[in-house]
Each structure stands twice: as structure tokens, then as C-alpha cells.
Design a protein around this ligand. Sequence first.
Ligand SMILES: Nc1ncnc2c1ncn2[C@@H]1O[C@H](COP(=O)(O)OP(=O)(O)OP(=O)(O)O)[C@@H](O)[C@H]1O
Ligand SMILES: [Mg+2]
Length: 293
Amino acid sequence: MKVAKLLPKLEKEDFKVLKAIEFGMKKSKFVKLSDIRFYARYKMEETQYRLDRIHKFGLTMRNTTKTQMAYKLNSFGYDVLALKNIVKRDIISQLGPAIGKGKESDVYSCIDDEENIYALKVYRIGRVSFKNVKLYRNLIGKRAHFNWLHVNRLAAKKEYENLEILSNYNVKTPTPIAQNRHMIVMEYLRGKELAYFKDINYPTYIFEEIIDQMKLIYRKARLIHGDMGEFNVVCDEEGNVLLIDWLQAVSADHPNALMFLKRDIDNICNYFGRKFNLESDSGKILKEFLQEE
Ligand SMILES: Nc1ncnc2c1ncn2[C@@H]1O[C@H](COP(=O)(O)OP(=O)(O)OP(=O)(O)O)[C@@H](O)[C@H]1O
Ligand SMILES: [Mg+2]
């Protein structure tokens, strides 16, 4: 991520002005120069100098049609603020290579000072797909102006909250480490998506493990994944699994909970049937989920 290279070049005054723009963007799409100056509490000369710098670094977009120059952060500028915060809190100290590119996020590996490896998920909703527009609408509620940075922050917050709920139970979901703006740091499993395994040694074992985990999650955490399938299960060679991607999870009390649960179970059963010729009875499994313990 190019942002990692830029961080050391930025000075604290640059961050102050970036944050002033971010603050102004709560009220309007572009933030006028006079407002940025006011929020940053710098003299006009300093404000302008900083704005020129951060603009040259590619962190902002300018609007020149107004009588006054106005700015907004682009996603790169937002990355800088989020990553700076996470690094400052000593949560991570180095970024590693990209490990996944979802439709709505980029995921990187990263390490802390003690060489522990984590996954850093960076939300990129609005970049390409608009598939979950309804979900985003739910996230932002009735806010007046629609801002993608805000949507991505709420998405990260929502997924993080779901991971926190899950972390109260002993289940195979990523332990949440930290969240800032549109970024989440979480436990990492060195492996690959189930979809990318040509064959696995013990498909029945992996299948049962996934179903067992889904059942535990449903019963204990009272959550349903809502988008369960071969792309949201990470596996390693030792047969460890991690169920990931929890933004859209729904409560077991949701009016359509059963529909979501059935769909998740069907997806897993169908995948193992198709790919590994594993026979299963998804109706029976659903019944087991619903049975009193
Ligand atoms: N904790 C993790 N450990 C290991 N790999 C991970 C982890 N989180 C994400 N990944 C990798 O990054 C990819 C994208 O992550 P995730 O599914 O959470 O994002 P997404 O953008 O919501 O995906 P999509 O919308 O395409 O389903 C995963 O498919 C996986 O390969
Ligand atoms: Mg995914």
C-alpha cells in the first residue's frame, strides 16, 4: 500500500489539516479554505502551505468552481489518517503484502513490534460495486449527505462490533484487535480461501468443522453470517478454518433469520457436494441448528 511509504514524510501540521478537512466533510462534500483554516486553527499562510503539500501528495481533491477553493479527502487521504492512528497506537508497525482483494475491501498482512502477524482489512465500498446499497442505506440512516468515507467507516465499525460479539465465544472467527475509520486489524490465518483448494485431504472433517462453527455461532452468539460460502472461509494445510467477513451478519432474532440461516447452510452443503462429492442433508442440519440443546 503506497500510504505506508508516505506516512514518514508527513508532518504533524499536515495531519492537523487533513483532520480539519475530515471534520468539515461531516457537514459538506467539499470544505472551504476558510473553514479548514478555522478548524485547524492555523494562520491562512500555514493552512495554504499545508494544503498545497497534501494536495501534491495526492491526498485531496479540489473544487475550483466555487468562489473559494474547497477541498475534500480522497480515499488515499483517508487511508493516511486511519493508518497513522493504528501505527501511533503501536498496534502494527509494518505492512506486508496484500492477501486478498474483495469487492468491497483490500486486505493486507501486517506485523507488530513482536512480529505477530495480523490481517488489516481496508473497506473500499463504492469503488466498484454497489451490490449492497440497501445495507449502506441502513448503515447511514437518514443522514443528509451521502459520503463514501463515512459509509466505509460505518462498515468497518459494524464488522468490528460483530467480531467483538463473536470473540466472547470460543469460535473460529478472527479475534478483533483494533479499528479506526475504515480499517480493521484482526487475527490472521495463513492460508487461502476454501474456494482455492483444488482438493483437501479430509473434506468431511472440514465440512463438519464449518457446520459446527456455524452452529455454535448461531446458538451462542445468536448470529448468522448471511454470506457464508467458499469465499468466506479461510483454511490452511493443517485443517484450521477461520470464518471471515462479518459485516452483513444478522441476529438470530431478525425476521428473516431462518431464510438467511438456510441459505448459509445450503451454500456450504452445495459447495462440498459439487466439489468433493460429499453428500449431506441440509434440511436435517437446519433442524439440528434449531433444536433445543
Ligand atoms: N483474517 C483473515 N485471515 C486471512 N485472510 C483473510 C482474513 N480476512 C480476509 N482475508 C482474505 O481477504 C479476502 C477478502 O476479505 P473479506 O471476505 O473479508 O472481504 P470482502 O471485501 O468483504 O469480500 P467480498 O465482498 O468479495 O466477499 C478473503 O477472501 C481472504 O482471502
Ligand atoms: Mg468475502
